[in-house]
Design a binder for this molecule. Structure first.
Ligand SMILES: Nc1ncnc2c1ncn2[C@@H]1O[C@H](COP(=O)(O)OP(=O)(O)OP(=O)(O)O)[C@@H](O)[C@H]1O
Length: 250
C-alpha cells in the first residue's frame, strides 16, 4: 500500500533555528500516530506542517498523492484550546464547517450535526453555549466540529491535556470508536505516554538531537487494553527511550 502521507527531506527553519533537518516520514491511511518528545523538539511544528499552516524551508510533503502547499479541505485540526466561540451553541459550532464548505447540500446539515452530536453523547446539550458545558462536553463539541466534514486526516494538539483522568479515558475511547468507523488517518501530539500507547498504532518519538524513532504499539484490530501487563511494559519502554534521548537512533 502506498503511504498516505510522505515527508521527503523536510527542512524547517524558524528564528535562526533548524527545527527539522531532512525529516523523512511515511504515514499510512487509517492509522493513528502519536507524536511524543520533550518540550521544544518540534511536535506542534510537525502538526502545523502537515496541516499546511506553515511551509517547509525545503523538501516536500504529500498527502493522498498531492503536494501540500496550503490548508486542505479534507484535513481537520483540533487545537489544544479547542477554539470554541462563546457566542455559538454546540449545534452552531459543529455546523459551521459545513456552512463554509463549498459543495455541501445545506438542507442536510441539521441531520448530519444531530447524528454526530448523538454519537458523541451530547445531543441533549445541542443548544448550550461553551460556558454552560463541562470540559469533557466542550471537548466532545470540538471533536464533533472537526469530524463533521468527514476529514481523511485529523490532526490534534494535546487533545485531552485539560481533562481530568476519568473524562480523558472516556474521550479517548470515544475517539477510538469514531476512528475505527471512519478509517481516518490521525496524528496527535501528546505529553502523556499512556495516551500515546493507548491511542496510537504507532508512536513517533522526536529527540532533541534531531533523531527520531518509531515504536509500534499494536495491531489496529487488537488494541492494547490498559489493564494488561503489555500496556504498562510498553509505557515503560517509551519512557526509557525518551530518557535515552535518541542515543543510538536515527
Ligand atoms: N514562530 C516561531 N518563531 C521562532 N521560533 C519558533 C517559532 N515556532 C516555533 N519555534 C521554535 O521551534 C521549536 C519547536 O517548537 P514546537 O512548538 O514545535 O515544539 P513542541 O515540541 O511542540 O514543544 P512543546 O512540547 O513545549 O509544546 C521551539 O524551539 C520553538 O521555540
Amino acid at each position: 500500500m502506498k503511504p498516505f502521507i510522505t515527508l521527503k527531506d523536510v527542512v524547517y527553519e524558524v528564528g535562526g533555528q533548524v527545527v527539522f533537518d531532512k525529516l523523512n516520514l511515511s504515514l499510512d491511511k487509517g492509522k493513528v500516530y502519536a507524536v511524543i518528545g520533550p518540550s521544544g523538539v518540534g511536535k506542534t511544528t510537525l502538526l502545523y506542517l502537515l496541516a499546511g499552516f506553515i511551509k517547509p524551508s525545503s523538501g516536500q510533503i504529500t498527502i493522498a498523492g498531492d503536494a501540500v502547499y496550503d490548508v486542505r479541505e479534507q484535513t481537520s485540526f483540533l487545537f489544544q484550546d479547542l477554539g470554541l466561540f462563546p457566542w455559538q451553541t454546540a449545534t452552531e459550532a459543529v455546523k459551521m464547517p459545513l456552512e463554509i464548505s463549498k459543495d455541501r447540500r445545506k438542507h442536510e446539515n441539521e441531520s448530519i450535526v444531530n447524528q454526530l452530536l448523538g454519537s458523541l453523547n451530547i445531543l441533549s446539550y445541542k443548544d448550550q453555549y461553551p460556558h454552560q458545558l463541562s470540559g469533557g462536553q466542550k471537548q466532545r463539541v470540538a471533536l464533533a466540529r472537526t469530524l463533521v466534514t468527514q476529514p481523511d486526516l485529523l490532526l490534534m494538539d494535546e487533545p485531552t491535556s485539560a481533562l481530568d483522568a476519568m473524562t480523558k479515558e472516556t474521550i479517548q475511547q470515544l475517539f477510538l470508536d469514531l476512528q475505527s468507523d471512519r478509517f481516518m488517518t490521525s496524528v496527535f501530539v501528546t505529553h502523556d505516554i499512556e495516551e500515546a500507547v493507548f491511542l496510537g498504532d504507532e508512536i513517533l518519538l522526536l529527540h532533541p538531537n534531531g533523531h527520531y524513532q518509531w515504536l509500534k504499539n499494536k495491531d489496529q484490530s487488537e488494541g492494547l487494553s490498559r489493564e494488561t501487563k503489555a500496556f504498562y511494559d510498553q509505557c515503560f519502554y517509551v519512557r526509557k527511550q525518551l530518557e535515552l534521548g535518541g542515543a543510538g537512533h536515527e
